[in-house]
Write a protein that binds this ligand. Structure first.
Ligand code: NDP
Length: 290
């Protein structure tokens, strides 16, 4: 029989998760700070708990999908977690994941942290591409992997409870950089007689063609040789910096999204690494945090 579970949080994501488990035949007890959002799930077969403590008492598997780490404190304050398996799908930092794991363990629970790589419309849709990173108790993951796989794919990334958040935020950070580049590109063409819809497929194809550079960077990081298989060395790339900046100026576009990246490239070349790929810029980023 399917594992019954408790879900704390009936926001956009929590509601999508609840519907997926209910549709798969799981018994779901739901709690939400604002009762109306939980009650909307009663029509789909959920049991609505009046308090978070009552919801936690209902089932051994407890899943939290709340706004942020502080809201997890607010919700679970006063709940008895003894013998519970707490799965926290609330987005947070690696340190928050580790602290939450210690907090849950001290209260007698096993703990898994999760990072959701999906938006609500992808939840419960097979082959949507959406998945969730999990880290923390390997025993809890093994026991619940089939249940956790109901709303979205699962990727367990290690016993360190901070790793789910770390993987999640790392991927989203790369996405932010890609979006920054996309916005700058559209800004460059915006004043001209170029239809964004004509430009869009060119941009998608180019970003897709460039994406495998990720593998080359990984290969160089693991070998420690940043000159390995270099196609476009950093000195050549840096020679193009004025072209990027002057084109932005000609098109009356602020270089603010692009400039920090170009500046880091310039620094690395100035340190005598013009024969390398961009991989060495990672060292500058890591030094810069001190
Ligand atoms: P919503 O804003 O729709 O819902 C937030 C939920 O948190 C609500 O249930 C809200 O309760 C509750 N909440 C907020 N503050 C508190 C508090 N102090 N105490 C108790 N409950 C609180 O957000 P989502 O459902 O979209 O997001 C939930 C989590 O999922 C977030 O961590 C988000 O980062 C993550 N996520 C969301 C994605 C998305 O596209 N939506 C994608 C990937 C991850 P109330 O109804 O009472 O306000």
């Amino acid at each position: 029989s399917r594992t019954p579970l408790t879900l704390l949080g009936a926001g956009a994501m929590g509601t999508a998760l609840a519907r997926a488990w209910l549709a798969a035949g799981h018994q779901v007890t739901v709690w939400n700070r604002t009762p109306a959002r939980a009650e909307a799930l009663a029509a789909d077969g959920a049991t609505v708990a009046r308090t978070a403590a009552e919801a936690v008492a209902a089932h051994r598997l407890v899943i939290a999908c709340l706004l942020d780490d502080a809201s997890v404190d607010d919700a679970l304050d006063g709940a008895d977690l003894t013998g519970r398996d707490l799965v926290n799908l609330t987005t947070g930092t690696p340190a928050e994941g580790r602290a939450r794991a210690a907090w849950a363990t001290a209260r007698g629970a096993r703990f898994l942290d999760g990072g959701i790589m999906a938006v609500p419309p992808m939840i419960g849709v097979p082959d949507s591409g959406g998945y969730v990173f999990y880290s923390g108790s390997p025993e809890a993951f093994e026991e619940h992997r089939d249940t956790l796989a109901v709303p979205a794919g699962t990727r367990y990334v290690g016993a360190d409870p901070g790793f789910a958040a770390l993987h999640d935020v790392a991927l989203l950070s790369a996405m932010n950089g890609m979006f920054a580049g996309m916005l700058h590109a559209f800004a460059l063409i915006r004043r001209e007689d170029i239809a964004p819809k004509d430009f869009a497929p060119l941009l998608v194809d180019w970003l897709t063609a460039m994406a495998p550079a990720v593998h080359q960077t990984a290969d160089q990081l693991q070998s420690g040789d940043y000159t390995k298989d270099v196609v476009s060395n950093l000195a050549m790339q840096a020679a193009g910096i004025p072209t990027f900046l002057r084109t932005a100026e000609e098109q009356q576009v602020s270089p603010e999204l692009l400039a920090p990246y170009l500046e880091l490239m310039r620094k690395r070349v100035a340190q005598g690494h013009g024969d390398e790929d961009g991989t060495g810029m990672i060292e500058l980023l890591m030094e810069g945090a001190h």
